[in-house]
Write a protein that binds this ligand. Sequence first.
Ligand code: HEC
Ligand code: CU
Length: 335
Amino acid sequence: MKLVIIGVVGTIVGCLLGVAIVAAGTMPEQASVQAENTDWVYDIMVIITGGIFGLVTAVLVAAIVIYRHRRGETRVAPPVHGHTVLEIWWTIIPAIIVIFFTAISWKALNDNEGGKADLAITVWGQQFDWKYDYPSLGLEQQSELVVPVGAKIDFTIRTKDVIHGFWVPAWRMQINATPGRETALRVTPTKTGSFKLVCTFICGSGHPVMGTDVKGSIPRRVRVVTQAEWDAWAAEAQAAAAEQASSPEGAAVSIFTKAGCGGCHAWTPAASTGGVGPGLDGLAGGDAEAIRQSITDPSATLVSGFGDIMPKDFGASLSPGDLDILVQSLAGGGA
Ligand code: HEC
Ligand SMILES: [Cu+2]
């Protein structure tokens, strides 16, 4: 009887511990419908599993204390084989808990993906940057992820090289960018603002610049804006893309931006501010062949003070024509 009371008290204390963890607000900011659905399931699980933790711990500790071997005691406990009533209960109760967890998770997953999408965006992971296609706007390989608040957005996640992982903690949704496959994610943002974007795979030596938020990394951000702001941003981005397509220096800037160079290099013509590699403005008037080699074979000569982390595959991934345009433009200071 004593053990039963201790077990009940332990369960209650454990549940209260779960409530305290939930109330302490240990989760990141909640900024999407999916985050609300997910946190609700998480909160319930923390409280119920807290109760189980309390029950097991209380009974375990109490049994150790109450039934410990005392000095001079020679009694041995009687052997017991089976206890049908107990066994029925310890099967039924966990089964109910597991079925309940399954049901609420099912509901959350269903609610996460319900309804027709308002917007489709393709996210590209590459060493070591993110790029975004907005098919409905005719925009490709943009370096900014900007979305309207309240829209049901279907993200398609792809990679140009190795595995990356697309994760916006405030949205609670994460999925891998897997070579040779497309993965999908539905997000309905509920809050405007700027949110952290993280690559969840150690995808190479430059992984930290893909927004792990560790010291020294470049925080990658998602911008959630109102519909009116998004329309204005879209018009501006479309105008910028059209202008780039029509000017020769624009072509170089566009290649530079699409290849993800700006994630690591500051270069004034492209208005990029990356600080992982050296600034490239100083290359103006430089030797084009040396610049070409720095891009196609970065390990051959390293700029002093920098590690060998520039991707090695630009010689293959950039077309010879694009490489020429880029090299000429870097050597000519953007002209
Ligand atoms: C992951 C980060 C990263 C990316 C992406 C990257 N670079 Fe680099 N880059 C570096 C680092 C670090 C160095 C310095 C070490 C070295 O020389 O390899 C460097 C060096 C260079 C240099 C030599 C600079 C000098 O002063 O001699 C050039 C030119 C260059 N990068 C151009 C590019 C271009 C063009 C792209 C895009 C096609 C690009 N980089 C993409 C990190 C990067
Ligand atoms: Cu990555």
